[in-house]
Ligand binder design. Structure first.
Ligand code: NAD
Ligand code: UDP
Ligand code: UDP
Length: 316
């Protein structure tokens, strides 16, 4: 199949591309390199089945493809809040363009939505029926409301234009290739512990998240895309941890002497988050297989390698 991956040079997109290339598909990777990097897809450059297009999805584009995985959108609060109007444009105009493309070429369309559509949830764990508690005017809303309208657009193209959609609500995902300056909690703690600087816990660290390793997530993507279930479906690891527990786990694995320092909690930071994955289990026969300790180990190794080679390069 010929498959378009928007945001393919980013963290999750590049892992998805590795998987699809290894399955023998022809891949078009579309990215504006806002948070993505060429090095994430370097090994495929020059491959006859791989094409890289530098393009901003807020502008229309005409391509001929069979499937579209639509991931383009910065995912870390630091990056999506840097230019919030652009984040809204990417989610609204970008998703509209990709749905228009899917409609024209009759491609199946996969939307990478997010657990953020639940906002600061009043029910726990979150099921897909829950409609969420999102602040429409806060600093996170460019992303949260952006993704909510992206879901709305997907379902309207489905009802109105018979576009064949699949919608995944992704919970916090981590793994190799996250940027050192990504700003999300797992990469921050690992980089801080490796550099010997204090781990920055926001608030008192009692807020919770559930962390899914990236290869488990990609398996969920493939199953959803190629099955009959439209969604929305939660994809995430139900193992729930406080942020302080995560800091202590990283501390124990890298540097037990690392300090923890407490910083102010950003506004609208969700207090807890845990996916109910009954639907993914039932419809996709999917559940995560990599426990946090194991996934952290693999992620720490990747950061260590990259940081060592950066040091070598700057010394030479
Ligand atoms: P990422 O920032 O590493 O990747 C996003 C990619 O999209 C980058 O390569 C970036 O350059 C590209 N991009 C951004 N705006 C673009 C635009 N206007 N035009 C073209 N390309 C653009 O983030 P990620 O963690 O890989 O997330 C991928 C997707 O998954 C996002 O849609 C995100 O909202 C969703 N998601 C991720 C998580 C997570 O925990 N990682 C959780 C929920 C949802
Ligand atoms: N679009 C695109 N590539 C295509 C087809 C459409 O980028 O191959 C864009 C198109 O420019 C429009 C959006 O997708 O901005 C929605 O397209 P649709 O055909 O649904 O609506 P219309 O063009 O009638 O507004
Ligand atoms: N967080 C933290 N220290 C950091 C980065 C994040 O304590 O250096 C907290 C953040 O306040 C939030 C949680 O960790 O409560 C997850 O943050 P992240 O940005 O990774 O994802 P999201 O808030 O979008 O789930």
């Amino acid at each position: 199949m010929r498959i378009l991956v928007t945001g393919g040079a980013g963290f999750i997109g590049s892992h998805l591309i590795d998987r699809l290339m290894n399955e023998g598909h022809e891949i078009i990777c579309l990215d504006n390199f806002y948070t993505g990097h060429k090095r994430n897809i370097l090994k495929w450059l020059g491959h006859p089945y791989f094409e890289l297009i530098r393009h901003d999805i807020t502008e229309p584009i005409r391509l001929e493809v069979d499937q579209i995985y639509h991931l383009a959108c910065p995912a870390s609060p630091v990056h999506y809040q840097y230019n919030p109007v652009k984040t809204v444009k990417t989610n609204v105009m970008g998703t509209l363009n990709m749905l228009g493309l899917a409609k024209r070429v009759k491609a199946r369309f996969f939307l990478a939505s997010t657990s953020e559509v639940y906002g600061d949830p009043e029910i726990h764990p979150q099921t897909e029926e829950y409609r969420g508690s999102v602040n429409p005017i806060g600093i996170r809303s460019c992303y949260d409301e952006g993704k909510r309208i992206a879901e709305t657009l997907a379902f309207d193209y489905y009802r109105q234009n018979k576009v064949d959609i699949r919608v995944a609500r992704i919970f916090n995902t981590y793994g190799p290739r996250m940027l050192e300056n990504d700003g999300r909690v797992v990469s921050n703690f690992i980089v801080q512990a490796l550099r010997g600087t204090p781990l920055t816990v926001y608030g008192d660290g009692s807020q919770t998240r559930s962390f899914c390793y990236v290869s488990d997530l990609v398996e969920g993507f493939i199953r959803l895309m190629n099955g009959d279930y439209v969604g929305p479906v939660n994809l995430g690891n139900p193992g729930e941890y406080t942020i302080l527990q995560l800091a202590q786990a990283v501390q124990n694995m890298i540097n037990p002497d690392a300090q923890i320092k407490f910083e102010p909690l950003p506004s609208d930071d969700p207090r807890r988050r845990q996916p109910d994955i009954t639907k993914a289990k039932t419809w996709l026969n999917w559940e995560p297989t990599i426990p946090l300790q194991e996934g952290l180990k693999l992620t720490i190794e990747d950061f260590r390698d990259r940081m060592n080679s950066d040091t070598k390069n700057s010394a030479s």
